[in-house]
Design a protein around this ligand. Structure first.
Ligand code: ZN
Length: 264
């Protein structure tokens, strides 16, 4: 364990209202590709980005048909939480986790064992679908069953409107109440852990300066440099699955061995 990791582990041990802000980097070790990173889905196949753009999605039945095919085979359905996710569960079990703000839509935090009440999903969830006309919501798997049964673009059963995953697509507004909740949590924290996010996407990246100005320590753990490294009290580089358990559990403590709950 390096000196810097030991220092951060001490800060974690002393903190009572930790806020974690997670991005795609915490899920890549569970086999879910990052979208914007160097090996990202959109970097390697720019056409795929159309599938996540609300304008193309609403205008073009062919884009929707392709989007449903992508959903059918998304790695998230089979993905399991990794040691990084489990470290954040340990923080919650010790009563130190104030909130878990995530940009991820894969529900791996909830499946790892964090309570849904703690998780603030700023980009929504891919485990639900929503009707773009009447706002009806339902489970994604039921919609995918309809696709498997032959409907290539299943409409809303209530109103015939277009169904989409309950995520925030490009060109779609964030939910103001969700962002407000995230920013309030950032104001109230004594230690902000930014994990696996480039901190380049606003408004949520703004949680970092908000926490800093409110007097919190800021720790950034990411494989690449981020837009907020200059604000951090410590910047850690490397594998989230290796480093996060160390800073949560401290020196000499093994990573959490609690297994994820496959029945969730
Ligand atoms: Zn509808």
């Amino acid at each position: 364990m390096t000196e810097r990791i030991e220092t951060v582990a001490r800060w974690v041990a002393e903190s009572r209202r930790i806020v974690a802000l997670t991005g795609a980097g915490i899920s890549t070790e569970s086999g879910i590709p990052d979208f914007r990173g160097p090996k990202g889905l959109w970097t390697q196949n720019p056409k795929a980005e159309k599938l996540s753009d609300i304008r193309y999605y609403m205008a073009d039945p062919e884009v929707r048909r392709l989007a449903w095919q992508h959903r059918l085979t998304h790695p998230a359905w089979e993905a399991k939480p990794n040691a990084g996710h489990l470290a954040l569960v340990a923080l919650e079990q010790r009563g130190q986790l104030h909130a878990l703000i995530t940009q991820n839509i894969d529900e791996l935090h909830q499946r790892a064992g964090n309570s849904p009440q703690k998780v603030i999903e700023v980009h929504g969830t891919m485990f639900a679908v929503v009707c773009m006309s009447c706002n009806w919501r339902g489970p994604m798997q039921a919609a995918l069953d309809r696709v498997r049964a032959g409907e290539d673009d299943p409409p809303c059963k209530d109103c015939g409107g277009i169904l989409k995953s309950a995520t925030i697509s490009f060109g779609q507004a964030l939910v103001p109440e969700v962002i407000d909740r995230a920013m309030h949590a950032a104001e109230e924290t004594d230690l902000l852990l930014a994990i696996g996010t480039s901190l380049a996407v606003y408004p949520i990246a703004g949680a970092v300066p908000v926490a800093k100005e409110a007097g919190a320590k800021v720790v950034i753990l990411n494989a690449e440099p981020t837009a907020m490294d200059h604000l951090a009290d410590a910047v850690l580089r490397g594998s989230i699955g290796e480093i996060l358990p160390q800073i949560v559990n401290g020196a000499g403590v093994r990573p959490a061995t609690r297994s994820w709950n496959p029945g969730f």
